[in-house]
Design a protein around this ligand. Structure first.
Ligand code: GCV
Length: 730
């Protein structure tokens, strides 16, 4: 029996009721499956709320290949996460295949989809041996024959692993992949696969472009946390296992006992999906809100304060993940106030978390934003390595140093941070930015997976051996106990989470890479497009091609040749404003003058930043002869007439790149228009509007940048496109 109705809060609820009763081997198996599925309102209207979990009905032809999918589901134990897995499976199969999975008792497994851990399964199916080396969160999808009956086993060492297996199975069905004789083992690359949200307690999100916070409003935790639960579901579906809910520029009040009591409700919303909650904390909290007159990390009262605070949090949230600390950075107080080191600060908190299994993430984003710009040897890029490399080995084993992918700040192109190779006896995680702060703020199309893959695959050559960044952060190179991947997501209350339907590919892609950084960008975008828009070949081909070219296009009109995103760094980080980078202490300098452009970071004549890399990497960048064009201005100051490897001068490349980039944003519009009628009207119109806005703004970028560099250099565009009347007269 199926009932569908609208609830008072506008959601569609569907109740499936099944009763079965039959005799099997002398046992009466009576099962009642009551499954209430609450579907976000607007799902039918394709607002993007369902993201990649749309589970839309398969065509009859595609559905027919799942005819033999078992019709029952057996859940081997009663854990919360396992029940979630069952509910998700029932919902997904029902929506995609119009098939209602009946719950069956766990006394036998044949003819069913079986959900359970290895230990749950062992007594009933002793011959099903779990693959060796399957870690805590991996899963095994196995089509098996038990007592001559076909069954499909989704098993793992933990309930969370089983949940990931269920999502994987549903994704395969949604993409019409065959399940016959399936025997697939998957496990995540690293234990830490977290997102950070930069949500403030007043409900605003720092660098958030998808509406206000789903967690906080007006200084309190929201009363309705249904979005928080739905977010955890999205995260779990791509294997994310932790979420830090508040801004790294943390309000001390987050740790007040009364506030923790509220935060607990968010942890409750996450728990069914196996997502652990964590908090960003202000290092000065013991003093700012804790009643002490110091926050000196070496003061025993401060240590006792953190211990008591951790104990209190774990009393209320037993699966609490840990804390994130931003200190001595952009005006935040830190251990330097007392002449202490980041290790002193990290360890005092890590010690408090340790008995509970918590982790302390200490951000390496520590730098002086009052640098003297007149000193050509000053270099913000050197800060993370200078601050943390000398402390290697001094951090407790439940501390992770959270390192941004590049040495500056999420620019459209940066080299990898040398700090990844500079910590051999310390846990590391890479911090990537999903929210498009410097990359178009979700109004410009910029699929970041290809950029992240370049970073993750970059070989640091440790002591003569290959050492890609992905292996370093996963703890494989230096045999560390933990580490992994962190993405700054900043989803908000807007129905499509990030504010733009196509930007959701970045959230999906982050999760998929954190699970398996060996996946290609093409595979990830293909999966995401099929799950988000369906199986029309024209739609898949067009969207995939647009996404895959979007980062180079954005780079070409906002910051080619490694100059960084030449945006308004003193304001919105969105508009073109190349002059805002100079003559201030923030250190995002490009050093453009009348003769040339670029930061000299060489060991020979510059800031010496290149010397922070291992020798093989230094050799890639130190000389003009070897340095790649797309990072040239990051590492070298050159004349505008310098000839690139491509054969063009720097100045002509800058002109051509901006004109080409702006043209290509117009191509995006024509490509998109081919999809009219092939996808739903809501998303078609929304995305078209964004692409039109991007094309206009790319022209603004092009003209601002070309005029600026023409005025500075006085060297004309050899194609005659850049014309400034005042300059022409001279
Ligand atoms: C949360 C950049 C951003 C800031 C952000 C900071 C950080 O500077 O502009 O908004 O602060 O990075 O990562 O801490």
């Amino acid at each position: 029996m199926k009932l569908r109705f609208e609830t008072s809060d506008g959601h569609i609820a569907m109740i499936l009721i099944r009763f079965t009763s039959r005799v099997r081997r002398g046992v009466i198996a009576a099962a009642a499956c009551l499954c209430a599925i609450v579907i976000p309102s607007g799902l039918d209207a394709e607002t993007g709320a369902a993201a990649w979990l749309r589970y839309s009905a398969l065509s009859p032809q595609s559905a027919s290949s799942y005819q033999n999918l078992p019709g029952e589901v057996v859940v081997m134990s009663d854990g919360l996460v396992l029940r979630t897995a069952q509910q998700e499976l029932v919902q997904g199969v029902f929506q995609m295949l119009s098939k209602t999975l009946r719950s069956a008792v766990a006394s036998r497994l044949d003819g069913a989809i079986v959900l359970g851990t290895f230990s749950d399964l062992h007594t009933l199916a002793p011959d099903l041996r779990p693959p060796e080396k399957l870690g805590a969160e991996g899963y095994w999808l196995k089509s098996a024959s038990i007592h001559q009956s076909k069954c499909l086993v989704i098993t793992a060492a933990t309930d969370r692993g089983v949940l990931y297996g269920v999502f994987a199975l549903l994704s395969k069905i949604a993409r019409s992949e065959s399940l016959s004789s399936i025997d697939e083992v998957q496990q995540p690359y690293a234990p830490v696969r977290w997102v950070n949200q930069w949500d403030n307690l007043d409900g605003r999100i720092e660098r958030g472009y998808g509406g206000p916070s789903i967690f906080f409003d007006d200084g309190k935790v929201r009363s309705d946390l249904s979005r928080a639960g739905q977010y955890a579901r999205l995260l779990a579906s791509i294997g994310i296992n932790g979420c830090t809910i508040n801004n790294v520029n943390a309000a001390p009040g987050i740790l007040d006992d009364a506030f923790i009591a509220q935060v607990r409700r968010i942890a409750d919303a996450f728990r069914p999906w196996g997502v652990r909650l964590s908090l960003s904390v202000d290092l000065s909290s013991p003093k700012a809100s804790g009643g002490l007159d110091t926050f000196d990390p070496l003061d025993p009262q401060v240590a006792a304060w953190w211990r008591k605070k951790a104990d209190e949090i774990y009393r209320r949230i037993p699966d609490f993940g840990g804390f994130v600390v931003k200190a001595d950075s952009e005006g935040r107080l830190g251990p330097s106030s007392y002449g202490r080191t980041p290790a002193d600060a990290a360890n005092v908190i890590a010690h408090a978390l340790k008995p509970h299994g918590g982790i302390l993430f200490y951000r390496a984003f520590v730098y002086n934003h009052h640098l003297d710009w007149r000193n050509l040897k000053n270099d913000r890029a050197k800060a993370a390595y200078d601050n943390f490399h000398p402390l290697d080995g001094a951090f407790d084993d439940n501390v992770i140093i959270q390192i941004k992918n590049g040495p500056i700040d999420f620019q459209v192109r940066e080299p990898v941070s040398p700090l990844f190779a500079g910590l051999h006896r310390t846990n590391e995680a890479i911090e990537l930015q999903i929210t498009q702060e410097y990359t178009g703020q979700q109004r410009h199309l910029c699929f970041l997976v290809p950029m992240w893959k370049e970073v993750l695959d970059f070989d640091m050559h440790i002591e003569g051996n290959a050492a890609p960044v992905k292996d370093i952060v996963a703890g494989r190179v230096f045999h560390r106990p933990t580490g992994g991947f962190i993405g700054v997501a900043n989803v908000g209350m807007e129905s499509n989470w990030l504010g733009s339907p196509l930007a959701m590919a970045n959230l999906y892609g982050f999760g998929r890479l954190a699970w398996d950084p060996d996946l290609s960008s093409e595979t990830i975008v293909d999966e995401w497009t099929r799950l988000t828009f369906g199986s029309d070949p024209l739609v898949i081909k067009t969207i995939s091609a647009m996404q895959l070219s979007s980062w180079p296009v954005y780079e070409s009109y906002t910051g080619p040749l490694g100059a960084g995103t030449l945006t308004n760094i003193l304001g919105n980080h969105y508009d073109p404003a190349p002059e805002s980078s100079e003559q201030n202490g923030w250190g995002q300098w490009h050093r453009a003058d009348h003769q040339g452009i670029g930061m000299d970071r060489t060991v020979a004549t510059g800031t010496g930043f290149i010397g922070q890399y291992p020798p093989e990497v230094q050799a890639l960048y130190e000389t003009l002869a070897r340095c790649q064009d797309n990072l040239l201005l990051f590492f070298h100051h050159v004349r505008y007439t310098y000839i690139l490897h491509s054969g063009k001068t720097v100045i002509q490349h800058v002109y051509d790149s901006h004109y080409d980039g702006a043209d290509r944003t117009r191509d995006f519009i024509s490509q998109w228009k081919m999809l009219e009628g092939h996808i739903d009207e809501e998303r078609y119109r929304d995305i078209l509007g964004r692409l039109e806005c991007q094309a206009q703004e790319a022209v603004l970028w092009r003209d601002t940048m070309c005029n600026w560099i023409y005025r500075l250099s006085g060297i004309a565009d050899n194609k005659g496109r850049v014309v400034i009347p005042a300059l022409e007269k001279n």
